[in-house]
Design a protein around this ligand. Sequence first.
Ligand code: NDP
Length: 406
Amino acid sequence: MLDKSSPQKLQYVTILGATGTIGLHTLDVISQHTERFGVFALSANNNVKGLFALCEKYAPKYAVMLQEPAATALSAQLKDISSTTVVLHGEAALCEVSAHEQVDVVMAAIVGAAGLHPAMAAAKAGKRILLANKETLVMAGNLFMQAVLDGGATLLPIDSEHNAIFQVMPQRNGGSLADSTLASLGVKRVLLTASGGPFRNSSLLELKAVTRTQALNHPNWVMGPKITIDSATLMNKGLEVIEAHWLFNAPAEKIDVVVHPQSIIHSMVEYIDGSILAQLGNPDMRTPIAYGLGYPERLSSGVSSLDLLSTARLDFCAPDKLRFPCLRIAYEALNAGGTAPAILNAANEVAVEAFLAEKIGFMDIPNIIDYVLSAANIENVESITQLVAVDLLARQTSTAKIKALC
Ligand code: NDP
């Protein structure tokens, strides 16, 4: 059990995935507002060196490693510097520091399906959730949105596109849009912008030969490896379409994707009167993070002003679902509903990991996901336990398919 004795003066933040790109950006923004935010807990998977450095700098009350050996090593290192940070480990501990009564804000920035349980715990405990982990909504959109509603949580999207849409949507019910329809808000459609990734202009032949190093080189954003590959395949945009569906109660046909290579417009909302409202800024995740931390106030983020004169032009084109089949597959999974998006997510995670390990080619990623989805039995989503089983089965099918390819 965690100690519940210390008084709360500041807004206390738990950062899940603190050693990652979003986690570090969050700490950067928090450091600019120490009069307002305190760090309650920081978590990582097994990056002892990274979490040790953060514990030394931010002195959180708790540090959580997923892996026990990593937690033991971190604990020993912190003891050597007489740190008071308590080290915990495992998924249950991640849930505990997300739901703890002293915590006000949870930054959900673990990568992948591993982020689901702690995000659910934060939702049930009624926290302000800054949701970067889009996989939670892709896997369990209906259950998570219901948990947010039942728990009285405040859900603020951190993905730059959804944060942009949130900013230009009419603000209702303390920011929650999920219980309104687009029509009732006068919204015709939402437009998600996509940079198009590093291979926007590559031919199919060139895409087949893409290497790990090339795919990890995103033109506009600095991100963790999984989302960087997702951006290169356009699966990231596909996952974001599903995320937008749940966040904004938007049917698939009202969510369009527009390729915008400069990544200056982060997304748009079209209203029935013909107005299109957009949110613009330099591509820097500290803007949506500061928005989420300060909401409904605005906080400085350290992001430099957008120089429109040097930007000069903004280009747009349609995404090519033939060269980038992951986007097509994601729309199909959304339309199929039920467990299809969870299966898509699991197959994608396994395929991306295999690509990063240089076991499969770039264009094998959509082929594996297509295969796993077509082999799967799509069911209605009833529970998290069911989704965990569905996720596991999809991972086993994906792994078997990858073995057959190697
Ligand atoms: P990173 O890979 O940079 O960081 C991932 C974090 O999660 C690390 O702290 C890592 O710990 C931790 N982690 C990894 N696996 C596990 C696990 N199994 N259990 C617990 N913790 C784990 O990812 P990003 O920061 O880039 O992305 C995080 C999330 O935010 C993703 O869902 C991504 O889609 C989303 N997002 C990211 C954006 C970006 O600009 N980076 C933009 C919009 C959304 P360790 O260091 O020990 O491995």
